[in-house]
Write a protein that binds this ligand. Structure first.
Ligand SMILES: Cc1ncc(COP(=O)(O)O)c(C=O)c1O
Length: 343
């Protein structure tokens, strides 16, 4: 079987079971991209035309795209400079009568501050959807990422901690959201040729799911290798007084999807030069994200944004270094020492 017309063949079902167990949730719904996961979750949580959704601008564009595709209006709020994640304080300031949902992102694989987000959501009767696209293996308050939101959206894109090539998954404890997501995934149908609601084709193929089930077995060893590489990188880079290194705390563990450091204030031009020089040494360093979403032409022209000084500053100062499981100890050493000598 290559795919199932009604959404879940045997391999998809197996992947969903494994992922639900990994995320410690009741339901997991596999789809064909992380963007599809976000779009369908936002739809399933009831975001409709004109509803406002509060999210960070310091993220991959798909987070905002999903809101717009569902008919919602993205309201960008600023980040906490220590974690690069949406600031709960800024979220609360952005709430209006039209706010329907909060959409924090676990940026670089470090969970957003979900307890205060949950409190704010409950106080103002808002839905909490989490963009956990980068967070496989991250924990918050001892629980896997996604545990504090109504629905968490994961990507299984090629670069992620585990992959199906292209793919995505939504996790939730809510039976109603689960049922709606399964409808949206396959044309709003429970039975063929009888759409109950607006849906689309967001089905994952059996081949992608087969890859995913094997990847699930490898996730903990992949994350352990990333963690080891990250620790080695930190040991090298802490020699530099020009850098701020990634933050982690005892009750909040990184998935180490990206190892992101920032250059200190006033040295922004050095960041860009460093990127160029590292590329000359064939080190694939990259600045995620040089253009925050609110500054992208489409979003600037269509959605007025408040000023986001911490977002703007971070976008000029951050850079990420390769620490994925294919990077050896010698290579981490070479990368870290290259950064130090170039700085
Ligand atoms: C934060 C974030 N959100 C959403 C996505 C979208 O996922 P996908 O590329 O699988 O559609 C990605 C990954 O690419 C991401 O990094």
């Amino acid at each position: 079987m290559l795919t199932s017309g009604l959404g879940a063949g045997p391999m998809v079902t197996e992947l969903e079971k494994k992922f639900a167990s990994f995320a410690s949730v009741k339901h997991s719904i596999a789809v064909n991209t992380g963007t599809a996961a976000l779009h369908s979750a936002i739809m399933a949580c009831g975001v409709k035309q004109g509803d406002e959704v509060i999210l960070p601008s310091f993220t991959f564009v798909a987070t905002a795209e999903a809101v717009v595709l569902a008919g919602g209006k993205p309201v960008f709020a600023d980040i906490d400079p220590k974690t690069y994640n949406l600031s709960p304080y800024e979220v609360e300031k952005s709430i209006t009568k039209k706010t329907k949902a909060i959409l924090p992102v676990d940026l670089y694989g470090f969970s957003a501050d979900m307890k205060p987000m949950r409190e704010i959501a409950e106080k103002h009767e808002l839905v909490l959807v989490e963009d956990a696209a980068q967070a496989h293996g991250a924990t918050y308050a001892g629980k896997p990422a996604g545990a504090f939101s109504d629905a968490a959206c994961w990507s299984l894109y090629a670069s992620k901690n585990i992959t199906t090539g292209e793919g995505g998954i939504v996790t939730t404890d809510d039976d109603q959201i689960d049922e709606t997501l399964r409808l949206i995934r396959t044309h709003g149908e429970k039975a063929k040729y009888s759409s109950l609601m607006l849906g689309t084709n967001y089905r994952m193929s059996e081949m992608q799911a087969a890859i995913g089930t094997v990847q699930m077995e490898k996730l903990s060893s992949f994350v352990a290798k990333r963690r080891q590489n990250a620790q080695q990188m930190t040991n090298l880079l802490k020699e530099s007084n020009k850098l701020v290194l990634p933050y982690e705390s005892n009750d909040q563990k990184h998935s180490w999807y990206l190892y992101t450091a920032r250059i200190k204030d006033g040295m922004e031009t050095e960041r860009n030069k460093l990127m160029e020089d590292l590329k000359k040494k064939e080190i694939c360093a990259e600045a995620y994200y040089v253009n925050p979403v609110h500054q992208m032409p489409f979003y600037r022209e269509n959605f007025k944004s408040a000023k986001l000084p911490e977002t703007d500053k971070a976008s000029q100062q951050v850079f990420s270094l390769p620490i994925h499981p294919g990077v050896s100890e010698e290579q981490v050493d070479f990368i870290g020492k290259s950064v130090l000598s170039l700085l």
